[in-house]
Write a protein that binds this ligand. Structure first.
Ligand code: DCP
Ligand code: MG
Length: 413
């Protein structure tokens, strides 16, 4: 049998080829989706007559539009606003006048006095956030939630060409919400995040790694998520303004100025290298809050305090559910007595609930099933059997358990 020895150069070539092949095989297709002028666009669904006008969304305290005698909504003018507060977002028409997120309202009033001013309605934005994410989830399984108006998607395993797939995702978002979004698609999160911003609004930017020099390197370094104003200023002092100039800089020099870790990251980022996986949040099984009292409480003599504490626990669990966009079908009570014995009681509901009132009502059922043999040391409320869909809300009167309890004949120490 003859043995062949590969010349070193060919050997290197083979290694590179194998590496490239491996990259090609394992290359990912990651999308970043960001809603366009999100809060403002949600407001325009409610006030479609404002479409095409410069509109600014302020804080909660900005006055709401008033209905006039003709049944039309009259919005406040930015120029008439007096008070504190910042712009949460603005329509593209207002941005053309120089008004952007984070600017003071009074400062922006000088730039665009005739822009219309609306108060923020976070419940509406959370609702539409949920809607667009649910719509995307009908097309894509692997989703990383990045907050109210953005998500990363892993499209690698979907057997469909990138462009029609992206259009299908955009259509799903539009059908579910009436809103537009912009999508960037590339082999990683870092580049996709840059890309989703390149063609806003209603944009779609698909980038191959080979497009880096033409499409990414001319951009300012601040376009990289992770290069903030401080690093941007410092890079500028080093004569580095664009991502391309950053890519040209030596890694050693960057490490000298920014530390080993961040210096290395800057170098890799400029070369479009990012292997971070999507972070898929595991759905929690339950959410709970509990509190240990400063002194042990008596079921009858301390009923006012017990009522206040249960209300506050229910409110906190309700807030936790709302923040994570969950509803629960099981509400649990935990009681620790002065003798350290622990009792838990659960009640399952026909419909998922989220409001503090619904939790309180369910909790009353649990409280009725406890034998109060000692003073109480701790109370806890747990929401479980979580669902990401609300139930049909029922308005039942609140039961005052601790009140009723004071009438029961109970032997407590
Ligand atoms: N937001 C805020 N305060 C800021 C920035 C943003 O309250 N300083 C809110 C309002 C935005 C939402 O977050 O609507 C999403 O932020 P984006 O940065 O994605 O901005 P927009 O969606 O408004 O605009 P774009 O089309 O540029 O994404
Ligand atoms: Mg956005």
């Amino acid at each position: 049998m003859r043995r062949y020895t590969l010349p070193v150069s060919l050997d290197r070539f083979e290694t590179k080829l194998l590496k490239d092949l491996l990259v090609a095989i394992t290359a990912r297709r990651i999308a970043h989706l960001d809603m366009d002028a999100f809060f403002a666009s949600v407001e325009l669904l409610r006030y479609p007559q404002l479409k095409g006008k410069p509109v600014v969304v302020g804080g909660r305290r900005v006055p709401a539009p008033q209905l006039n005698a003709e049944g039309e909504y009259i919005c406040g003018r930015l120029g008439d606003y007096v008070g504190r507060g910042v712009v949460t977002t603005s329509t593209y028409e207002a941005r053309a006048l120089g008004v952007f997120s984070g600017m003071g309202l009074m400062q922006s009033a000088r730039l665009a006095p005739d822009a219309l001013l609306l108060p923020a309605d976070f419940e509406a934005y959370k609702h539409h956030s949920r809607l667009f994410k649910q719509a995307v989830a009908t097309v894509v399984n692997v989703i990383e939630d990045r907050g109210i108006d953005e998500i990363y998607l892993d499209l690698t395993d979907i057997d469909e060409d990138t462009e029609p797939l992206a259009q299908r995702i955009k259509a799903a978002v539009r059908d579910a919400t009436g809103l537009s979004c912009s999508i960037g698609i590339s082999p990683n999160k870092l580049l996709s995040k840059i890309c989703s911003d390149l063609d806003k609004p209603d944009g779609l930017t698909i980038l191959q790694i080979g497009d880096l020099p033409d499409r990414i390197w001319p951009l300012p370094v601040s376009k990289v998520n992770g290069i903030g104003p401080k690093a941007t200023r410092k890079l500028e002092q080093l004569g580095i303004a664009t991502i391309g100039e950053l890519a040209q800089a030596s890694e050693q020099v960057l490490q000298q100025h920014f530390g080993t870790h961040y210096g290395q990251w800057l170098h890799q980022a400029a070369h479009g290298i990012d292997d971070r996986p999507l972070v898929i949040e595991r759905q929690p099984k339950s959410l709970s809050r509990e509190t240990t009292f400063e002194r042990n409480l008596h079921v009858r003599h301390d009923r006012a305090e017990l009522t206040r504490i249960t209300d506050s626990l229910c409110q906190r669990v309700s807030q936790d559910l709302a923040t994570k966009s969950f509803w629960c079908r099981t509400v649990g009570l935990k009681v620790k007595f002065a003798d350290f014995t622990v009792v838990t009681r659960d009640v399952s509901l026909p419909q998922p609930v989220q409001s503090a009132q619904a939790l309180r009502q369910a909790l009353s059922e649990c409280l009725k099933r406890v034998q109060w043999h000692d003073r109480i040391r701790l109370l806890g409320v747990r929401a479980s059997a979580l669902s990401d869909q609300p139930g049909v809300i029922q308005q039942n009167p609140q039961l005052g358990f601790w009140e009723a309890e004071s009438d029961r004949k109970l032997e407590t120490k």
